[in-house]
Design a binder for this molecule. Structure first.
Ligand SMILES: [Mn+2]
Length: 402
């Protein structure tokens, strides 16, 4: 990744700050992820660095100051765990000129706090039942010394940046989607009655790795038969039965950007009559809602139209008589923003603008018939409407049957 892109992102952040506002973004710590380190998304977005336990400071003064604090390498340790990134390397990757060691952080941050009024941090989701995270610990301590400051979660100022994808970001997402598509097509080709769901997961993992991507954006959902009616089923350890459909909700990640695709197909190669009825309804809704996508339309409108269509479908399928009862068979919303996080930053009621990427994922789930259908595409909002980034992944009945 070109550091120029990162410099632009930080400029975009600074533009939203008022004078005497400060942003402190803590990297994820090794303690949180002793095995597979997963960087904090806002830190990654603004620095490009996978360094654990680092901190980024952006101070809006007359002339903005950007400083990053990284761990100092200890030669005796490096023999065991490998070399730490040097200041010079961190500067090259991030494009940040001022790089300091973390052991200077506490002393230096005092100067920043002293001259600011408001500080934004990546506090993130939290609740009373969770222990305080690093950011909250820091703020508690900082306020004891600098009682004049107010602290805010930084999500609000990250939404306008992260929800509008740049050309480079769209390239990463398209690659993640295309590779996920290869995995899905191979699963469809190779799935057989009697196989375990995790065997299909292995096919996906193999295709993703073989196509040059190392990570999934999230734990794949491979749900046969009635398992598909459990929305977040991820055990993937059941045997696929005769006349069952399999619901896949999967997404590879490319440079930290995730795909999120759902497809549902009959393992035998042929839908039963009932499966076809239900599938056709969901597919119809998927297409109608995708066609509505354009700049200026709200997620709220898309959700309302979906509910209306689902209600009609459920009545037609003789599942409900009163349209108020639709929640029994459709219990989520039509979609969400997609990006570095599978459920990316962006408000639930957001009005769509050019450069947003969202999922459109209607579904009908009928536990008593052991059937769950979801069809999910990833949609880019363009000037003239939309582009379906996952249109090459089969979803038509004739393409799923063979
Ligand atoms: Mn999704």
């Amino acid at each position: 990744m070109n550091p120029k892109l990162l410099i632009d992102r930080r400029k975009g952040l600074i533009k939203q700050l008022k004078e005497k506002e400060l942003v402190i973004v803590f990297a994820a710590s090794v303690a949180e992820y002793p095995r597979n380190f997963l960087q904090d998304k806002n830190f990654k977005y603004l620095t490009g660095l996978d360094l654990p336990d680092a901190a980024l400071v952006i101070s809006k003064q007359k002339k903005p100051v950007i400083e990053i604090f990284i761990e100092r390498g200890i030669p005796e340790m490096e023999v065991w765990v490998g070399k730490k990134m040097t200041k010079k390397e961190a500067a090259e990757v991030s494009g940040i000129v001022k790089v300091s060691y973390l052991d200077e952080f506490e002393r230096k941050i005092g100067f920043y706090l002293n001259s600011c009024k408001k500080v934004y941090l990546n506090i993130g989701y939290n609740n009373i039942d969770r222990s305080l995270n690093k950011q909250q610990d820091f703020i508690t301590k900082a306020k004891q010394h600098f009682s004049h400051i107010t602290a805010m979660d930084m999500t609000k100022i990250m939404i306008p940046l992260r929800s509008v994808k740049t050309k480079w970001e769209l390239e990463q997402m398209q690659k993640a989607i295309d590779v996920t598509g290869e995995g899905i097509k191979n699963i469809m080709k190779n799935a057989k009655i009697g196989m375990m769901e995790y065997e299909l997961e292995a096919i996906l993992q193999y295709e993703v790795t073989r196509n040059g991507l190392q990570h999934m954006g999230f734990k794949p959902i491979i749900a046969a038969g009635g398992n598909a009616a459990t929305l977040h089923y991820e055990q993937n350890d059941s045997k696929i039965g005769k006349d069952e459909m399999v619901l896949l909700d999967v997404g590879a990640a490319c440079n930290g950007y995730s795909a999120d695709i759902s497809r549902t197909f009959p393992v035998s190669g042929k839908f039963t009559k009932r499966q076809k009825e239900i599938y056709s309804e969901v597919l119809k809704i998927n297409k109608i809602i995708i066609k509505m996508v354009k700049p200026g339309i709200g997620m709220k409108e898309l959700n309302e139209k979906t509910v209306e269509l689902i209600q009609k479908a459920l009545i037609k399928l003789k599942l409900i008589k009163d349209k108020k009862d639709y929640r029994k068979y459709y219990m989520h919303s039509i979609g969400h923003h997609l990006g570095m996080d599978t459920h990316d930053l962006g408000k639930r009621d957001s009005v769509l603008e050019v450069g947003n990427v969202i999922t459109i994922e209607p579904g009908i789930y009928i536990p008593e018939e052991k059937i769950g259908v979801r069809i999910e595409d990833d949609i880019l909002i363009t000037k003239t409407g939309y582009r379906n980034l996952s249109e090459n992944i089969p979803k038509e009945i004739k393409d799923l049957e063979r």
